[in-house]
Design a protein around this ligand. Sequence first.
Ligand code: GEK
Length: 258
Amino acid sequence: MSDGAELFSTKRQKIMSKDKIFSDPREQVAPFEFNEQVAEVFDDMLSRSVPLYRESIRRQAELTERFYQSGTRIYDLGCSNGNFGMALCQAMGERDFSMVAVDSSAPMLEIYDRRLAEIPQRQRIDLRQGDIRDIDMEGASVVIINLTLQFLPLTDRDTLIRRIHQALAPGGLLLLTEKVVHEDEALSDLQVDFYYRFKAENGYSQMEISQKREALENVLIPETVENHRQRLESAGFKSCDLWLKWFNFASLLAVKGE
Ligand code: GEK
């Protein structure tokens, strides 16, 4: 992997396990879960399943550095094993900051905790196990929700985005990355076709691709970019930019007015 692998470098990263979770045929595919088996292969899974994953994490860390206001907090909602946290420590360098990183998966947070133990900025990141819908947020200047809103029921999404807007200081930043669908069915199909091509190029077999798709059915519910934009606008965000787009993946940034 040459796409900035050094970005998240820790000792653990160098012994990354390969994702073979869906490589054997299954009679019934159970709904996808962020369990120990997934946590173990997470970096390999994301780098082979999410186009531009490293680039997007890196730029979001740099955007966070740009928008962070001293004395406030950063929230990483659905932080997984800490790739954003590691990139952020690098982007912040010596600069002081405070981040709350939340995930419901204990195996993910165990890995994050081990990675933090290896770096000098460990005290700046507070790991919390819980549901992002229940977490209290206040005094924030940046909130990132990277590939995680898509796992909430559709009915819970407006409330969370409103709560994020309320928690942000004037001039605060929300970073939102999601798998998306297109409102035009033919274009949606085209995006998915190119997405499966990307996965196949990264070594996933057709069986792995289709079993993973089945496991994510009704677990990961993508929306259109337009839906996301509208939700951000209704929550009160003053400006919004689609800063990265790759077929069925979209990264938006939204800024709260002064
Ligand atoms: C990254 N942001 O590397 N409450 C808390 N955590 C949740 C919830 C919830 N309701 N639902 C899902 N999660 C990361 C990648 S992965 C994306 C995020 C993916 C957590 C879940 O446990 C998992 O760790 C994360 O959200 C989604 O930039 O694997 O497609």
